[in-house]
Design a protein around this ligand. Structure first.
Ligand SMILES: Cc1cc2nc3c(=O)[nH]c(=O)nc-3n(C[C@H](O)[C@H](O)[C@H](O)COP(=O)(O)O)c2cc1C
Length: 363
């Protein structure tokens, strides 16, 4: 059995195998506009045989970027830059997907290779940040983070409109799967988790109220994202710290997301607070195992992520029913041709998973 190389149909979209590239910020855009870096970075992974290419976190408005180098999709120039990249990904028989989101209180940061911490308040490169409450990400830390604005009901309504507008643009420029970023302590996750959301209005309180912003966003996006195309959400399946969410809360959230029209769930983890496990995780299979439990409890098409590096490991995750799609992050940065290599290692004909121009190397 080589389940990793079986196709998968979700709504009207068919993935040629079960390997996807996890969304990964490249911090290389200018004014949110993609360029040659993104063209080659995304194109190479499509050439390498991944069936699904999830583009990096894409901001729904300028203040939704994590850093000045992050990609956005709020204007025509950004659409014009990405449309040919998506066309190329499709020409490689891969499916272009977008992750849309807002950085919340973790935004207005320098790019990682410039230190990552927030841009100084008096630096015109920075911008105001937003959160359910006016508490900075790491008020006592050595790296400074901006104190965010506590979002008003008007801010929340405006933000939902930004998500909807970006979803419409994503459709127009050729994305086929749209993922809502609701993980890693960014804006949507910061409303979900009690570690951050201590509001007392309709968007805070019990789990259902904390999930209101995400669920209303999902419903509004579903209304403009065509029914025949899959809608996904990335969640932090565990906050990995006392006082945060575990699997049970996330199963409930995923069930509500399903009712709101979400078809797929992408099970990442962590990132809510400085002391919680980071979003890139630790070398542990627990996050992947939790994805399997969520899949069994919800019936949602499930993507697992976190230290998936080995073809046999990835294959067994599909065979065992832990997930429907394996997402690889850093391993695909190391090796864009990992899917081709995995096919050969697992004894599968790699040709259907690689560009026709390269078939000669498989003979
Ligand atoms: C350079 C880099 C950038 C990332 N950017 C994003 C992002 O834009 N959105 C997101 O949800 N996760 C992001 N992540 C997390 C990855 O999607 C993935 O969940 C994580 O790297 C764990 O998978 P891995 O062990 O296969 O690398 C990023 C990770 C890396 C290494």
């Amino acid at each position: 059995m080589t389940a990793l190389f079986n196709s998968l149909k979700i709504k009207d979209i068919t993935l040629k195998n079960r390997i996807g590239m996890a969304p990964m910020c490249q911090y290389s855009a200018v004014d949110g506009v993609m360029n040659d870096w993104h063209r080659h970075h995304l194109g190479a992974r499509a050439m390498g045989g991944a069936a699904l290419i999830i583009c990096e976190a894409t901001a729904v408005c300028p203040e939704g970027r994590i850093s000045p180098g992050c990609v956005g999709l709020w204007n025509d120039a950004q659409m014009q830059a990405v449309a040919p990249i998506n066309a190329f990904i499709e020409s490689m028989c891969a499916v272009p997907a977008i992750q849309i989101g807002h950085s919340g209180r973790k935004g207005s940061a320098n790019v990682p290779w410039d230190g990552g911490a927030h841009i100084a308040d008096d630096d015109p490169q920075g911008w105001p940040t937003y959160s359910p409450t006016a508490e900075a990400f790491d008020p006592d830390g050595t790296r400074l983070w901006k104190t965010p604005k506590e979002m008003s009901l008007y801010d929340i309504a405006t933000m939902k409109n930004h998500f909807v507008a970006t979803a419409k643009r994503a459709l127009e420029c050729g994305y086929k799967i749209l993922e809502l970023h609701a993980a890693h302590g960014y804006l949507q996750h910061s409303f979900l988790t009690p570690l951050i959301n201590t509001r007392t209005d309709a968007y805070g309180g019990d789990l259902r109220s904390r999930a209101r912003f995400l669920l209303e966003t999902a419903e509004a996006v579903r209304a403009v994202w065509p029914e025949h195309l899959p809608l996904a959400a990335r969640i932090s399946i565990h906050d990995w710290i006392d006082g945060g969410h575990g699997l049970d809360e996330n199963i409930q959230i995923a069930k509500w997301l399903k009712e709101a029209g979400v078809d797929m769930v992408d099970c990442s983890g962590g990132g809510a607070t400085p002391k919680a496990r980071g979003s890139i995780g630790e070398r542990t299979s627990s996050q992947v195992d939790l994805a399997g439990e969520l899949r069994a409890a919800t019936g949602l098409t499930t993507m697992a992520v976190g230290y998936i590096t080995d073809p046999k490991q990835a294959n067994s995750l599909i065979e065992s029913g832990t997930c429907d799609i394996t997402l690889l992050g850093r391993q695909l940065l190391r090796d864009p041709y990992w899917p081709t290599r995995a096919a050969q290692e697992l004894g599968v004909d790699p040709k259907p998973h690689m560009p026709v121009q390269y078939h000669v190397v498989a003979s």
